[in-house]
Write a protein of this length. Structure first.
Length: 134
């Protein structure tokens, strides 16, 4: 069984996890900077960055599904890895922590929606797509 909390150090450019890796933990950034990205590793699209005091990896940890994006250290980064099981035990008596997590995740969802909207506005693909003939 793994430790519930583990201090981890990442070098600049190091991949922390890849899209489709198991979502068994989240990370709390103590120092440094992490970029969340999609696309090929040699030409990624940035979804955002997480610095000191921020968290990432919550989505896969909470729903126990695979990672939805890649996380890469932008600079030397120190982060605390928290396992899904230990986080669930921690949240049982602390609903205020869960509310904060939900606020953080909804903010990211809104930023993601804005990113998609900007991409659609700059695209030549019509949105919504025309209806198929019946």
């Amino acid at each position: 069984m793994s430790e519930p909390y583990q201090m981890t150090l990442f070098e600049p450019g190091q991949i922390i996890f890849e899209r489709n890796d198991p979502g068994d933990s989240m990370y709390y950034v103590r120092s440094g900077l992490v970029r969340i990205e999609l696309g090929p590793a040699d030409a990624p699209v940035s979804l955002g960055e997480v610095g000191p005091g921020g968290t990432f990896g919550e989505l896969g940890m909470l729903d126990r599904e695979v990672r939805s994006a890649r996380a890469r250290a932008v600079e030397a980064t120190e982060a605390v890895r928290v396992t899904a099981d230990s986080y669930e035990r921690y949240l049982q008596d602390r609903p205020e922590v869960l509310r904060g997590l939900l606020r953080s995740m909804t903010g990211r969802l809104r930023r993601g929606t804005d990113l998609v909207e900007r991409a659609l506005k700059s695209s030549t693909v019509p949105f919504p797509p025309p209806s198929a003939p019946q």
